[in-house]
Write a protein that binds this ligand. Structure first.
Ligand code: SAM
Length: 308
């Protein structure tokens, strides 16, 4: 079967992916919550950080944040279109001078030496796309980190929500007249919808969001399937980080609070600038409580101190 990085490269090289990714926070409330959470976690943990590595950095929402603060960032991604988009945005924002753009796969970090970067990060699941090599990828990310590792991967505790509610994105639409994923189209099907319990259990057992065989077959046939993705359990990720020398590990679940709130109320909150700010502050506090680690939108976030 094809290697995970070949499947990922073909998928993330799709010409519209970079634009679609860069529009997510203009479309979905859960993406706003997750981005705000990760931004705050990063900016609260920049003491002693002069250099950073962002693995699977996409269109650069987090790498540019650091570059704007004077940190020298290596923006690393498997997709040239993503890098091109990130470079153009970084130039527009005047932060490109602090950035080095590198095309490559997280599955081969041999170009980087031990403890090369003060902060190593990787957000919104690039690590999950490296199945079956995700454990080695985390080890190598820890290897090139000097002080701190902050990552987010797919969460096995959060993912079943997709299987039980195919219309779950509806409540997160910022504006119901802009529905690029046709989530509203799913609502009319809900009355008849029955989840496939065998598939849910198989996912929960294996952590694989896409069946490996069917993805491999679709790829071999010349298609562009979603990469086979591995979803972690919180304790599993904690154990892996500990085995790489990680200390003071903190896990969180951005989006956990929002799951409890109706879409109409979420939209009202987003339309009121003061309330929106207060709400995002409270989400950050709530979603970092260890009791909801991994129960957010779809990402399990982890921070670990590395080294002395
Ligand atoms: C969902 S996007 C997240 C981007 C960015 N981290 C963010 O949070 O905005 C996933 C990114 O990971 C990249 N990616 C996927 N597999 C990768 C791999 N094996 N090595 C490096 N980058 C990869 C994709 O090209 C894409 O830009």
């Amino acid at each position: 079967m094809a290697n995970s990085d070949e499947i990922s490269a073909r998928f993330w090289n799709l010409p519209w992916k970079a634009d679609e990714e860069s529009e997510r926070e203009n479309t979905f409330i859960d993406d706003i919550i997750q981005k705000t959470h990760i931004e705050r976690l990063i900016t609260e943990n920049l003491d002693g950080v002069e250099t950073a590595f962002d693995g699977g950095a996409g269109y650069g929402r987090f790498s540019m944040l650091l570059a704007g603060r004077g940190i020298r960032v290596t923006h690393f991604d498997i997709s040239q279109p993503m890098i091109d988009k990130a470079r153009a945005l970084a130039e527009e924002r005047g932060v490109a001078g602090n950035m080095t753009f590198v095309l490559g796969s997280l599955e081969d970090l041999s170009a980087f030496h031990d403890a090369q970067f003060d902060l190593v990060m990787s957000f919104d699941a690039p690590i999950s796309y490296t199945y079956p090599n995700q454990g080695d990828v985390v080890k190598n990310l820890a290897r090139i980190a000097k002080k701190r590792l902050i990552i987010s991967v797919y969460s096995r505790m959060a993912w079943p929500a997709h299987a039980f509610d195919p219309a779950q994105k509806v409540k997160y639409l910022l504006d119901e007249s802009r529905d690029p994923w046709n989530s509203l189209g799913e609502v009319s099907k809900l009355a008849e919808y029955k989840p496939d319990m065998a598939a849910v259990r198989e996912f929960f057992r294996t952590g694989l969001t896409e069946p490996a065989e069917s993805t491999g077959a679709a790829f071999e046939a010349g298609g562009t399937p979603w990469p086979i993705s591995y979803a972690f359990m919180p304790d599993e990720l904690r154990g892996l980080l500990e085995s790489c020398g990680g200390r003071n590990i903190r896990l969180s679940g951005p989006g956990a609070l929002s799951r409890l709130i109706p879409g109409e109320v979420l939209r009202n909150i987003m339309r009121d600038a003061q309330l929106r700010g207060d709400f995002l502050d409270f989400c950050y506090e709530y979603d970092r409580n260890p009791s909801v680690a991994g129960l957010g939108k779809d990402n399990l976030v982890a921070l670990a101190e590395i080294g002395e």
